[in-house]
Every structure is written in C-alpha cells, then in structure tokens.
Design a protein around this ligand. Structure first.
Ligand code: PHE
Length: 453
C-alpha cells in the first residue's frame, strides 16, 4: 500500500484550502449578490448561513477526509458502501464547473493583457460581448472557437496541470503559499485606493445599506446559502479531498474556522474594493450607484472595466492589478476542483497521479474549448444556473441528510473532538441535522417552484 501524500505544514494546508475557497466567487459573485439581495440584510442572512452551514459543514468535511483518508467517493464508501455515488455525483459537478471556470479565468487573463492599453475602455460592452466572446445569437449557434482566448486558456490549464502533476506538497501547496499572500496584498491595495476616491462612500452605502423589507424573501436566503456553499467550496468533494492529505495530528475545528473566516474576510475586502470604485464612477458621471451597478458576469467584465477607465493615469495599473487578482484567485480554486476529480480517479483506479493528471487534463481541456466558442456564455449560464441553484443546494442537502441522519454522526464527532481544541458540540450536531436541511430544503424547493413558473 502506497503512503498517501501529505501537506508539508499546517500553514500550507490552510493556504491551499483558502486558495480553493477564495476564487471568482469572492471577487465578482459576492459583490453583486450583496447588491441584488438587500445590501446589509444579505450580510445578516449570510452570517447566519456561515454559522449554521458554512463552518459546521467545513468541520464535517475536514473530519471526513481526515478520518477516512480518501477522495470523496472513497471516503463516503468507507463510511457506508451505499454512499459512494454521492462522492461521484460531487466529482461530476466539479468536472462541469472546471470546464467553464477555466474559461472565466482566461477572460480575466485576456483583460489583464488589454489593461496595458485600456483596450476595453471605449466601449466596454461591445468589447466584452464582441471582441472577447464573439457572442452568437443563441446556445445552438457555436460560431467557432475564439482564437484569442486560446493562449490565456492554455496558460490557465498549464499552471493547473503542473501544480497537480507535481503533487500535493511540491505543487499545490507550494503554489498556494506564493499566490494567496500575493493576492491578499493586491486586493488590499485596490481597496485602499478605492475607498479614498471621491464618491466611494456612496458605493459602500449602496453595498451595506440594509433593505429590511427583504429579510423574509426566500430569494435572499437562497442567494446567501448558495453563496456560502459555492464560496467555501463545500459539498463539492474538494474539502474532503484536501483534508485527506492532513497529517494524523491536525486540529480539525480550528483549521475549519480559520479557513472560513479568512475566506469571508476576503469577500468583504473584495466587495469594498469593487463598490468603492463603482461609487467613484457614479460620482464622475453624476448618476446614482444604482444606475451603474450592473449584475452578473457583466459586473466584472463590463461595468468594472468602465469604472477602471475613470481612474485617470493609474487606470492601466489598476486594471492589471484587478484582473490579475481575479485570475490568481481563480487558478487556485481551479486546481482544487480538478484535484478533487483526479484524487477520486486515482483512488478508484489505483493509478499513478501523473498518468491520471495527463488523461484528465486532456479531456477537460478539450471540453473547455466548447465554452470558448461564440456560444460559450449561453452554455456557461445554463451550467452555472443548474450547478448553483440545484447542484449546490440539493447536493449539500443530500450530503447533510445522509451523513447526519443515516450514519453514526457521533463517531465522526468523537474523531473530530479527539484531535481538536475547540470542540464540535451540540450546536454543530443541531446545525448539521436540523437547521441546514430545513433551510436548504426550503430554499431549494422554492427555487424549483419559481423556476417552473
Ligand atoms: N470557492 C470558489 C470561489 O469562490 C469556487 C469554487 C466553487 C471552487 C466550487 C470549487 C468548487 O470562486
């Protein structure tokens, strides 16, 4: 039996886990989720979701990986032979996410390049939908591969490939140790500059002002729970895989707290960076922030480029900083998504890491070319909607229900508490067994109903 690979240091593990959590979701998804869902009210619900779902599930997954020492399918199979399919279903979702996630990183890299000349400033929407995407009229009209995306796409796949090919400690950990601190410094610089610009206060008000009338709106709850699952990379096989490489003596609960709180702190920082600069743009144009804060993919690739262009002589520098930060945040998450799938295949087929990585990357990279066509954005939207609203909420729901109710949760709790300083007590059991299933079930069903309508 070959010894399972291990992280070199505790810090290395935390940085890799934070690298997975901190991603495109924090920089472009979080700010517009807040803006669309009642501002300050969203934070309140998000905090509730963090305490009752995010942190408890992170502890659960770290515990599962640490105790059973396998990727998700193997770990679930060791818990109960009938659970293996749950691991595979999470791995399949990972594969789908990887295929589009890498293309968004390629957009960011291409925007990094175009920041030198501010090529996107004149007509940001035309630039994004025309030059970068070559958008066709619908999902069935592919319109050919956008050749200018091939180099950034190849770069993203290459970095991902070498990290995983080199292995847990020498590749994934070493890269995270360099990229994550760099990323934090970059975002702090943008946030500091942003919040000292004229008009930034209006942007931050727009982000933080609570709209109390939406406290009981199920959309706000769905958005907050969906954001917590996606943001923290939980219920995706990933955190189970990463914690399966932990040494025997590892404090599970404090690692989970550190990972979750660092990630959410980063989201807040990114939100401040984005909204203060949007506030400044609204100020220079003499309009309300409401009128400039476009949602969705458009926030990072249409609205934000326009905002960057209002920064004067430092605009190219800040453009490069922002889009490089976006790409770096994405890369460490991409690696974790692919590692979850590759580890599962290695466990199952008893094959060497290098062989699996070569074959897996060839297949996934070929599939990602589909998203680099003129129909890519339509396909991305469909996959994203499906994985986010159903995959995540229902996937998460099934996981907590199975593990919470059809498995001896007590044995896992004892395992976690035997190695941790902070104990997972009754609040943890109550969150896993009752609160998360209730809220995730309710929001999932409500979304399904509103989708059918
Ligand atoms: N957590 C990452 C982010 O915030 C994305 C991610 C989602 C990573 C799902 C892995 C799995 O962008």
């Amino acid at each position: 039996m070959v010894q399972r690979e291990q992280w070199g240091t505790r810090m290395g593990f935390i940085l890799a886990a934070v690298g997975s959590a901190v991603g495109l979701g924090n920089i472009w998804r979080f700010p517009y989720m807040v803006a669309d869902n009642g501002g300050g009210i969203f934070f309140l619900v998000y905090l509730f979701a963090l305490l009752t779902a995010g942190i408890p599930i992170m502890i659960l997954e770290f515990g599962i990986g640490h105790k059973y020492r396998g990727g998700a399918p193997l770990s679930f199979a060791k818990m109960n032979r009938k659970f293996e399919w749950l691991g595979w279903s999470q791995v399949i979702v990972c594969f789908f996410i990887a295929v589009y996630y890498v293309v968004v990183i390629a957009w960011a890299l291409s925007y990094f390049y175009h920041s030198f000349s501010l090529g996107y400033a004149g007509d940001p929407a035309g630039f994004f939908f025309g030059n970068v995407l070559g958008l066709t009229d619908g999902p069935f009209e592919l319109g050919g591969i956008q050749t200018q995306l091939l180099i950034p796409l190849a770069i993203a796949w290459a970095v991902n490939f070498f990290a995983i090919y080199t292995g847990v400690k020498g590749g994934i950990e070493r890269l995270a140790k360099i990229l994550i601190p760099t990323l934090f410094i970059m975002v702090v610089i943008i946030a500091l500059r942003g919040s000292t610009l004229p008009g930034s206060a209006a942007g931050l008000n727009f982000m933080f002002d609570p709209d109390f009338s939406r406290l009981f709106d199920f959309k706000v709850w769905t958005a907050a729970y969906g954001q917590i699952f996606f943001d923290l990379s939980i219920c995706f096989a990933i955190m189970i895989t990463y914690s399966s490489y932990l040494p025997k003596r590892s404090d599970i609960t404090s690692n989970a707290f550190t990972t979750c709180l660092t990630n959410c702190g980063f989201s807040l920082l990114a939100g401040i960076a984005v909204f203060s600069i949007l506030g400044h743009m609204a100020f220079t144009q003499g309009v309300a922030v409401n009128d400039v804060a476009g949602a969705g993919v458009g926030l990072a690739f249409v609205t934000f480029p326009a905002a960057i262009a209002t920064l004067g002589s430092v605009a190219p520098l800040f453009g490069m900083l922002f889009f490089l930060a976006l790409a770096l945040a994405g890369i460490t998450s991409l690696i974790s998504i692919n590692e979850a799938a590759i580890a599962a295949l290695m466990d199952k087929l008893a094959l060497d890491r290098k062989v699996v990585t070569v074959i897996y990357t060839a297949v996934a990279a070929s599939c990602s070319l589909l998203i680099a066509t003129g129909a890519g954005l339509y396909i991305l939207d469909i996959v994203d909607h499906f994985t986010n609203n159903f995959g995540i909420v229902f996937g998460g729901l099934i996981q907590v229900l199975l593990v919470g109710w059809f498995f001896k949760l007590k044995s896992l709790q004892d395992h976690i508490n035997s190695v941790s300083d902070i104990k997972a007590g009754s609040w943890w059991v109550f969150s896993i067994k009752i609160i998360t299933p209730l809220v995730a079930g309710y929001t999932g069903i409500m979304t399904l109903i509103s989708d059918i309508k």
